[in-house]
Design a protein around this ligand. Sequence first.
Ligand code: ARG
Ligand code: ZN
Length: 850
Amino acid sequence: MRDASPTTIYLKDHTPFGYIVDSVHLTFDLVPHATRVTSRIAFRPNPDAEDKTFFLHGEELKLIRTAIDGQEVTPELTDKGLTCPVPDAPFTWEAEVEIDPGNNTALEGLYMSNGMYCTQCEAEGFRKITYYPDRPDVMSTFSVRINGPHPVLLSNGNPTGSGDGWAEWTDPWPKPAYLFALVAGELVAHSDRFTTRSGRDVALNLYVRPGDEGKCAFGMEALKKSMTWDEDVYGREYDLDVFNIVAVDDFNMGAMENKGLNIFNSSAVLASPETSTDANFERIEAIIAHEYFHNWTGNRITCRDWFQLCLKEGLTVFRDAQFTSDMRSASVKRIHDVIDLRARQFPEDQGPLSHPVRPESFQEINNFYTATVYEKGAEVIGMLKRLVGDEPYAKALDLYFDRHDGQACTIEDWLQVFEDATTRDLSQFKRWYSQAGTPRVKVEEDWADGTYTLTLSQSTAPTPGQSEKQPQVIPVAVGLLGPNGDEVLGTQMLELTKESQSYTFDGLAAKPVPSILRGFSAPVVIDRDTTPAERAFLLAHDTDPFNRWEAGRALAQDTLLRMITEDAAPNADYLDGLLAVLRDDSLDPAYRALMLGLPTQSELAAALHERGTTPDPMAIWTAVETLRQATAQHMQDLLPRLHGQSLIDAPYRPDAEQSGKRALGSAALALISRLDGGAQAAGEYARADNMTLQLSALSCLLKSGKGETELAAFYDQWQHDRLVIDKWFGLQIALAAPDKTPGLTKTLTEHADFNWKNPNRFRAVMGALAMNHAGFHHESGAGYELLADWLIRLDPVNPQTTARMCTAFQTWKRYDADRQDLIRAQLMRILAQLDLSRDSREMLERIKAA
Ligand code: ARG
Ligand code: ZN
């Protein structure tokens, strides 16, 4: 981990491993500070490999004994692994190592969380468990024996024996080591069963700590729905006798798709109406689905090397988005995903961390589990489906599963399947995998003699390491509306492949209004000079739900930018258009709630920066507050009716219908609170019987400068529940006034419950600080300094979570010279830490190079 001269790994250097692994047997003797891991591995020379160096990865291992075919050997050790002369024929390798899970705070490999043992091996954690060719193209069956005094002892595959103090597991499906998992502890199961469509009876278990039994039912239902959906939509069945999920409090990410034994951050699986918001439920349903879907897209077909990460992640995100669209509302899901893409992926793609969906080099692979690989990776698959069509997509996927089951594959394999199934040439499309940056598409229009012409031109700004960009294949879904608001041309898919292309539409009676990039058909930015009146027209009439929302969003952004740069008053087209949409009871409440949203302050900063204006975080904050106030006043009469939506006369259900109503009601309550100073919210807080409404009322109170009593009562009520206390920390910081934010955050880091070694708690506090745009960027620099203090403190303990949090600084070049100086000083201060992890060093060096 500590690395003076980190090496860079290149995609072009990939060569196969010199040996094939036929089987792995592992024995674990679990002791907190001295766990013994004994491995017996059957190797044979790989006829397809030239390089026969026998190198096994291994880090932070105490080697006790090694033998080849029963004869003790003495390998050559480095801090990265070992080499050893081996026979030019099949042989059995044995090794015994000792590890210290009790002191593993990095949460990678085998570690302990609240007395329970668990593992996280993706991407390169298995090498901290034993010596092994820890690379995804080395696949093998595994059998595991666990010796330990715990009532629950789990590993991958099927249970094949157990007794007092031991259990054995056998996984018949060959897998790479990153999918290995082990769990041991005092856990209780919430159990169910599922019968696959070919009749396999599968035992389902969700293991949790005693006390959390009441938070399992929703996750279990989500799992069963996912299993059914993957059979119905992709024809994919589950392939073991058991499917286990374990909830863990200390976890660096959301969840992990280990074969037959998914391990989840407890925040990504535990839910109850009293302790979880509607948004939590929706996220949990999506993550359960995501990890389950990996069983085919990730596990049965895995990645040849980590450069191909998007092969499994982009596809699996795409699949879980399809699932959510089917379970809930497709247009609401699409809007959520685009909001998320713009908030997380666009800043990455447009800043110093920009990298292709398939990167070509890295120092620390953990730094590449990014919004670009995941979310843009999913967008690329969505475009592919849009270009080839639904039927050919299904055909290509069948071929993919057929041809590559049991293999470790590349993006080339993936695209080949589409070429073979559709006879389409995808060589230009492939640039989506190799070119970084967000393409911009400029739209120009012409109207003459009844012919309407749209000219689309694409360009992508240079990104680190890529100064020249080639044109990409961009599917642009377009519809045309007539002057009376009727659609005169339904959605057409224009394929932009050149730098600039024109498309003509004849036979129109009048100049139409174009609705461009319907459904957000490509992850690009549209540049088009247009008037607020035209946006308001689309907001009123567009038949494409996404673009209708988009028109409102763009109108909001236009007015905010003008308020910031020209001191303009809130635009009446926006306020009137919004009012009309919100009044329309035929529209889904969830959709109307989204209409009430505004671009984030960080997005506004980016938009100003693009227009050559240096963003002033305080001016942005003020404009948003002013527009919110004006919106509240403008809608005053409608608000009580909208708020009434959240008062549902039925038992709580976290489904799309009820959560949409609560979202709209809560958004209305936030506006009402701007008019009545939080009076109504106080009553709502007292009445709330679910976390969604409780938290929304508390937010309104805090935002109104009130709620001190409620905040204290909330803490007392939920003191025993870590996930709720995470919310308690995060909410206060998120809603703090800019000048109070750094100070309040500092005070909260002194709170007895600030367990900073717990990633969820660290993120609840430091993530909220970084997200409070005007507070984090307070001119004193106190926000920057506080974050840097804590990054320095966390880095030696947990490099992965530290490195991820460094992204808070990725946009630093947008801001004024004074702020840049303040941030640069903090970047330098962190980088001056001699022992800084490879993870954080790589991130900070890239950010600094902006
Ligand atoms: N494969 C997991 C998931 O997407 C995430 C693993 C993240 N690993 C990491 N080192 N950041 O479902
Ligand atoms: Zn995944």
